[in-house]
Design a protein around this ligand. Sequence first.
Ligand SMILES: *Cc1c(COP(=O)(O)O)cnc(C)c1O
Length: 439
Amino acid sequence: MDLPPAMRENAGMSCKSSSAGANRSAADLPHLWLPYTQMQTAPFPVEAIRTSGSRITLSDGRELVDGVAAWWTACHGYSHPHIQQALVRQASDMPHVMFGGMVHEPARRLAARLAELLPGDLERTFFTDSGSVAMEVAVKMAVQYHINRGTHGRTKMLSFRGGYHGDTLGMMSICDPEEGMHSLFAGVLPRQILADLPVDDDSTARLEALMDAEGHTVAAIVTEPLVQGAGGMLFHSPDVLQRLRRICDRYGILLILDEIFTGFGRTGTMFACEQAEIVPDIIALSKALTGGTMALAATVARRGVFEAFLSTETGKALMHGPTFMANPLACAVANASLDLFEQEPRLEQVARISAQLQRELEPCRGLPGVKDVRVLGAIGVVELENIADPDVLRRAFVNQGTWIRPFRNIVYLTPAFTISEEDLSLLTASIVTVLRNNA
Ligand SMILES: *Cc1c(COP(=O)(O)O)cnc(C)c1O
């Protein structure tokens, strides 16, 4: 078909049948560059036009039950009226104002509420607008903490295989080497220290030996508590965090917990670190902070970390400041999200989802190619021996009326906490069906 480009685009966007576009790739979508996507081979993407609760409506009229909650963010479901009202109210008062030398009530209130919710004396919040940058700030805080206290040479981060902390260059250096593309980007990324999580006596002994040798160069140990998300939804027990806390204390190192995925109820408690009864020195939050409505992230430090930056010397200040820092719309929406955690039984909903996921994903264990089935909080995972082509499975899920995004060798569900029992059953049933048909 020899149409001028503009008309070809229109022809593409108005495809009505579900098989239309099957032969076209993401690269045929003009102008846009999609994340984590080989544009030449990935299928032409579906187009969303509306969201409500746990449902996404597509431009061709189909409705999908959402199993991902917009990359783990939309914990109250989409388009919750309480959140939307807060957004509209704030938009009419003050959508944005700079945060340099000027503060506002939505940010003050949100920071106070986070301090109240978080364990221990985690009480000083620095706002940013993405998880990766919240973690960059955590790393800068940790390095400068030691410098400000007159300790030099502690410049490295110690992080773990399977970890994921974001896509900026700094974060790539502390991600799992494969996830962070350490060989492709060799020479660009700072060199950090990589270890295995101390999950048993052997790995704990190895970590302690590593600390004896190199601990004096380490500013902070960094990990995602209880679940390494993007690394493949790998779970570990709360003891691991207790071991890390002890090691940090012994070697005078800060503990940074990346709760960007686990924060706000996902693992069954408001924050995953509560299950280990430990307090990190710095914690990073984002994803569900605004209930999936606006981009916002928070790096929260303990009192002692903050105090190391107090001085008559301006050089000891924290030198960071995103333009859209503490955006009032985002802060207002995050406050509304916290209201919902107070007013509605979110953690009970997580417990109910957890039990249903256990029950309904269990039959996958018997299917060929299935290696493991595991559930923690509102996270359900079916791990396969391998997935030859995730795009084939993704398309099969769309044809089943569900939005599920397998990656690496896993198929997982991280639904909204408000999902109905029926919709969750549609999600689990589609996994059983698709895995059976594609085995
Ligand atoms: C998503 C995620 C990040 C990165 O957040 P962005 O907002 O995508 O930059 C960092 N750490 C963890 C654990 C995450 O899940």
